[in-house]
Design a protein around this ligand. Structure first.
Ligand code: NDP
Length: 450
């Protein structure tokens, strides 16, 4: 955050803040299995939703009786050219409005390469434009939102091609044209580079950032639009929108709109500040977010679970309380870093651990770790807020089927793994000061457990 203090040689690994620089064959095989398994998991999810009444148990029985080949052939949606053209037009529209609409210019945190990149944070304007276009198309009778829900399989098929093509393009670009940036990481394993990315912040021009575009425009906006589409599909199929669907839509809309309101905060998160741009983020935002994050609304569009009004209110209130934990913990750390510790946390001067870290040019920088407020209780309070929030949205779908809980299961694995990988990265970046922080705030997520 602060200006460099001095320049002196440091260890290679410390300069890269623990990012993988060399990969074993076994780890490459692990990367390959993630790349192959991810589309298959999405296919299983969609097949269970569309052909097996939202039941994994029935889908597995179908898999056993038909055999894997027939099961896959029956599950893969057909390539629909009209759907493909609509999807392509939508992605192009996102690219244009991201480029054209005004927005605050926010600065990202320093990267290992020692850069602080500018970003155009116009997400709220882009999101509002999408909602306005959807409304106009609906009001003029050109397009009914339910048709997005009805064609979700074909849409995701095209999104899959787009996500893979984009990953391939950024990987090939790094090898053929050169990455064109200081923040790159070659691991010696092409498979791992395809999965986890080579460039940290691929961009076109000064502000057009591919990672923010892919996550924030393609991923987050598709989540919101699909949830609306599934509510509309439920209305069309059953003549009413259930309270369970209303709860899911309220909570997810809150999460997505929050993302856009606090877009400058989002620039400081691991996705933008630390994760390189490969299959994980490119394909993940194009396919996994719209497929998995909308599971609850998708499930309810076909299985209209009825819940009592008081249960719906309870879930909404519990969801909002979890959101407050999520937002206030994220805000505490963001404010602390923005003000260089010159702020009050829960009304008191925060306890801090001063730290230093090194960038690739060998410069040493000052920073600090927060040990007060939520961050004095556990090391990832924001993850707990997110998990409780996810629980509330899943609980709207009832407890009879596992499938609508896929999102919570995924988030639990993702965030637990993130907590471990963040520990490793921060300990490389900050060394003994991170150890001191871990001794001060002992537990990652759940006191006395993890
Ligand atoms: P954080 O925002 O918690 O970022 C972790 C980073 O914050 C660390 O690498 C370190 O970075 C810094 N940091 C950690 N502890 C401290 C401290 N005590 N004081 C000061 N700085 C500290 O994690 P994520 O980016 O993973 O998550 C951000 C939010 O996004 C979370 O609420 C999470 O739940 C949510 N999320 C949602 C996902 C979804 O798909 N819905 C996916 C992933 C995350 P530095 O190098 O700056 O020191």
């Amino acid at each position: 955050m602060a200006a460099p203090l001095s320049e002196k040689p440091v260890s290679h690994q410390k300069q890269f803040w623990g990012r993988t620089q060399h990969l074993s064959r076994l780890a490459s095989l692990g990367s390959l299995s993630v790349i192959l398994a991810s589309p298959l998991c999405v296919l299983l999810l969609l097949t269970a939703l569309s052909q097996y009444h939202g039941s994994f148990a029935l889908a597995f029985r179908g898999l056993q009786t038909q055999g894997i080949q027939l099961f896959l052939i029956r599950g893969i949606p057909a390539l629909n050219l009209q759907v493909g053209m609509c999807y392509s037009a939508w992605v192009i529209l996102q690219a244009f409005i991201y480029h054209l609409l005004p927005g605050k210019i926010a600065t990202g945190p320093p990267t290992p390469g020692g850069q602080s990149l500018p970003y155009k944070a116009n997400g709220l304007a882009c999101c509002t434009t999408n909602l306005a276009v959807l409304f106009i198309l609906f009001a003029t009778g050109i397009f009914h939102p339910s048709s997005i829900g009805a064609h979700v399989g074909e849409l995701l098929f095209v999104a899959n091609i787009y996500g893979l093509a984009l990953t391939l393009a950024v990987t090939i670009k790094c090898y053929c044209i050169g990455p064109g940036a200081r923040d790159v990481r070659f691991t010696g394993s092409l498979i791992h580079e395809f999965l986890s990315g080579i460039e940290l912040n691929p961009r076109l021009g000064k502000y057009w950032d591919l990672k923010l575009f892919q996550i924030g425009r393609v991923g987050m906006i598709s989540w919101l639009l699909l949830d609306i589409a599934f509510a509309s599909l439920q209305l069309q199929r059953f003549g009413h929108v259930t309270d369970s669907m209303v709860v899911v839509n309220i909570l997810h809309t809150l999460y997505v709109i929050d993302f856009f309101i606090y877009e400058d905060w989002y620039l400081t998160t691991i996705d933008i500040a630390h994760d390189h741009f490969g299959f994980y983020l490119a394909w993940g935002s194009a396919v996994l977010v719209p497929a998995l994050y909308t599971t609850q609304a998708h499930y309810l569009a076909y299985q209209p679970i009825e819940i009592t009004r008081s249960y719906a209110t309870l879930l909404t209130m519990a969801g909002i309380a979890s959101y407050i934990l999520f937002r206030s913990s994220n805000n505490q750390k963001f404010r602390f870093r923005q003000t260089h510790g010159q702020c009050l946390i829960w009304g008191s001067v925060p306890k801090t651990i001063p730290t230093t870290y090194t960038t690739v040019d060998g410069s040493i920088h000052h920073s600090m770790l927060l040990c007060s407020g939520w961050w004095g209780l556990i090391r990832h309070p924001n993850y707990i807020g997110d998990l409780l929030f996810s629980f509330c949205a899943c609980a709207a779908c009832g407890f009879t089927h596992l499938l609508p809980w896929s999102y919570l299961i995924f988030m639990t694995v993702l965030l637990a793994h993130r907590a471990l990988r963040d520990d490793r990265r921060c300990s490389e970046k900050y060394g003994p000061q991170w150890t001191q922080y871990c001794q001060t705030v002992r537990w990652r997520l759940i006191p006395f457990v993890f």
